[in-house]
Design a protein around this ligand. Sequence first.
Ligand code: DX5
Ligand code: ZN
Length: 217
Amino acid sequence: METLISPSLLSANFIDLRSDIDMINRSEADWLHLDIMDGVFVPNISFGFPVIQAVAKECKKPLDVHLMIVHPEHYIKEVAATGAMMMNVHYEACTHLHRTIQEIHAAGMKAGVTLNPHTPVSVLEDIICDVDMVLLMSVNPGFGGQKFIPHSVEKTKRLRRLIDESGSKALIQIDGGVDDKSAPMLVEAGADVLVSGSYVFKAADPIATIHGLKHCK
Ligand code: DX5
Ligand code: ZN
């Protein structure tokens, strides 16, 4: 399968979002990744629904929403109303993950579950066949531009095995510190979708950078 690329809007130029969305529309990006932070689940606050709604009107790529918030189950209707394709919730934020996944599906979206760097993939054994994607954080969530945690490569391989052995169709997405060095290792380890923020948006030529990530192997 080809590698899917989901640039993270967190590193875009917020005073000129239209230019960055135009760039995404013209690029080989497959999705657009939107990071929602609440200052509670993670030590940072990003942007919320008014921004997602505005972006959704201009962006031609499917929206992949990553909720770094407590009680993401309270916002399923709001996320669905933006037209988002995928809603990612953190395993660590969901006491009743199975119910939340069912509710995301009932709202018409694909459902992703995200793991922090310290959370082992084994906790997914009994939910892996119900989710459309697993997002492995390869940095601690909350900020763009952090250093890639090398252990994420081994973790990706372990998740690949769990998915293949269970017969799950879940995609593997990796988020944090993805660049030209980490991307080939992650694809080799079995990643399907790469999120990339600062490496794409701070590049002199973001369109060429997205192309490079997509064809890194
Ligand atoms: C971090 C976010 C990421 C972030 C990645 O908490 O989930 O999506 O934007 O940024 P980079 O690619 O710069 O590590
Ligand atoms: Zn993210």
